[in-house]
Design a protein around this ligand. Sequence first.
Ligand SMILES: [Fe+2]
Length: 125
Amino acid sequence: MTKLLEIYKCNVCGNIVEVIHTGVGQLVCCGQPMELLKEKTADVGQEKHVPVIEKTGAKILVKVGAVPHPMEEKHYIEWVEVVADGRSYRKFLKPGEKPEAEFEVTAQKIEAREFCNVHGLWKSS
Ligand SMILES: [Fe+2]
């Protein structure tokens, strides 16, 4: 059974999917169950992954993280996602870009997530 907005990864081929409609079935890829990625909310090392949300009028700026995360070929933030008021927003990032994303969101309750290609899934605490 899946839940809305859960993110699953295939540990064989690297496919990553987000659930946009729940079902009772188990997600399978490359012949084995996909791994449900758990969002981490606290950094312990030097690198900072927890998204930081800054409100600027009708927009929000989501930075990864309190200290900018590396954006190198082999280690970078692949995307930043915001869920607010029943809408989801996502910006895909590339190496060399800033580890941040701006969205037009005025909702008060905002949750941000990001995916690091080395350290996985993180969300704002
Ligand atoms: Fe990382």
